[in-house]
Design a protein around this ligand. Structure first.
Ligand code: GLC
Length: 434
């Protein structure tokens, strides 16, 4: 009897182990750590949709576009200003440590030389260059990590089981829907991406929401796909922009257009997990190039957004939508340059930090690195700043020039004598604490 109970207990604990399931490998954990230290990446949304200059959702939003008419844009796509070295240099100048590139968006067009569909940048355009290859080589040369965005949703292919979106697109043959065919197409493409382009630090999926739990029951077979990613490149992390609490097999948690814990866009009510976090955000209003969208956030706003993201223990993935000619918009390049200038002086208070001791306030926010607490001051109406702190402050100085800042210990914290802080995106005071 005792033996039977032991065997049963053993079997139970084994099954609960397997139910617990996914444990990231050592390689993935290393990538997660690197990723969390980076704190800042640049997102690139680029595809033939840039030709219409109406953002990456144009194929669906225009309502009634025939997919074969849309596809004609490929035949005129000749982005002669595309220069991977220039892109990577401009991105690095911002202080960003990684790039996430859209390899295939919901319009189905592949931005690399894929054997799985002729609808790609090499076979379907007069440009005939594998832009992903050029970008990947340049990233590896200039030492910046590369992540790949890959859409699960598809508005073009006949075999894709149609979900919530894509109904505005005409010309698809519904009799050809086949999950098996679509799933193997995606997995073959993912295999190409993770075989032919060197080290890829993350696969960034998007489009799960096209068949979410409120729609018809649908199984994306994500476990199988995630296992494939981890098998092909053991250090490659899996991310999925499904707007849910992370699923088994995922290594990063993504938030779209909101900081973790905030939900102004209605996409981010989900719980915050213990995975490394990333918020993706647009620099203007749309992800893909849109001709009327010149509403760029100011450099000051962008720096504050980056710092606020870090203060929540998350990374910022800031988007740039290249033009149809392949150049990055001049305003985006300028913003990146200016962010980089601030990061050169103050990067210490962002890279490798964790959330600070004091949550976001009207005056700014905090980040921490070991025993150093960085106080990010955005706006201050007074000369003094009271910080409620449990730790003991040993010294205080301005990060930009090392100027000592006087402080007094008061009940429940310290009073910093900051003086006048004017015209600064973020004035950082570094506190040594115990
Ligand atoms: C959304 C959109 C998409 C964009 C992405 C970026 O899911 O569908 O166009 O690529 O968010 O976060």
């Amino acid at each position: 009897m005792r033996k039977f109970v032991l065997t049963l207990l053993c079997a139970l604990s084994l099954s609960s182990l397997s139910a617990q399931g996914y444990v990231p490998s050592e390689e993935v954990r290393k990538s997660q750590q690197e990723f969390a230290e980076d704190r800042f990446g640049i997102f690139i949304h680029w595809g033939i949709y840039s030709m219409f200059a109406q953002g990456e959702w144009y194929m669906q939003n225009a309502q009634g576009i025939n997919r074969d008419e849309y596809a004609k844009a490929a035949d005129a796509f000749y982005p002669h200003r595309f220069n991977a070295a220039e892109w990577v240099s401009a991105i690095k100048a911002s202080g960003a440590k990684y790039i996430c590139f859209t390899t295939r968006h919901h319009d189905s067009f592949s931005m690399w030389d894929t054997a799985e569909s002729e609808y790609n940048i090499v076979d379907a355009t007069p440009f005939q260059r594998d832009v992903l290859k050029e970008l990947a080589e340049e990233c590896h040369k200039q030492g910046i990590a590369l992540h790949l965005y890959y859409s699960h949703a598809d508005w073009y292919r006949d075999d894709y089981p149609r979900g919530r979106t894509g109904w505005g697109v005409a010309g698809r043959d519904r009799t050809q829907i086949s999950w098996d065919s679509y799933f193997s197409f995606m997995n073959n493409q993912i295999t190409e991406l993770l075989t032919n382009y060197g080290p890829i630090r993350a696969m960034w999926f998007d489009g799960w929401w096209d068949h979410d739990e409120d729609a018809t029951p649908f199984d994306w077979h994500l476990d199988e796909q995630y296992a494939l990613v981890h098998k092909l490149q053991p250090s490659c992390m899996v991310a999925n922009n499904h707007h849910q609490t992370p699923f088994e097999g995922e290594d990063i948690q993504i938030f779209e257009r909101d900081l973790p814990g905030e939900n102004t866009h209605g996409l981010s009510g989900q719980d915050i997990s213990r995975l490394p976090l990333e918020t993706c955000q647009t620099m203007n209003g749309m992800w893909g190039y849109k001709v009327v969208d010149q509403n760029y956030k100011s450099t000051e706003t962008l720096i504050r957004y980056l710092v606020s993201t870090a203060s929540k223990g998350a990374n910022l993935l800031l988007n740039v939508g290249p033009q149809p000619n392949g150049a990055l918009p001049a305003v985006a390049v300028e913003r990146m340059q200016e962010m980089g200038e601030w990061m050169k002086v103050n990067g210490e208070s962002v890279y490798g930090t964790t959330a600070g001791d004091i949550p976001q306030q009207d005056w700014g926010c905090t980040t921490r690195k070991g025993d150093r607490l960085f106080v990010h001051i955005f706006e201050l109406d007074y000369d003094m700043l009271y910080l409620p702190l449990e730790c003991k402050v040993v010294s205080a100085k301005a990060l930009e020039d090392g100027k000592p800042i006087s402080f007094q210990r008061v009940k429940g914290g310290v009073l910093l004598e900051v003086g006048k802080v004017q015209d600064k995106a973020d004035y950082v005071v570094e506190l040594e604490t115990r």
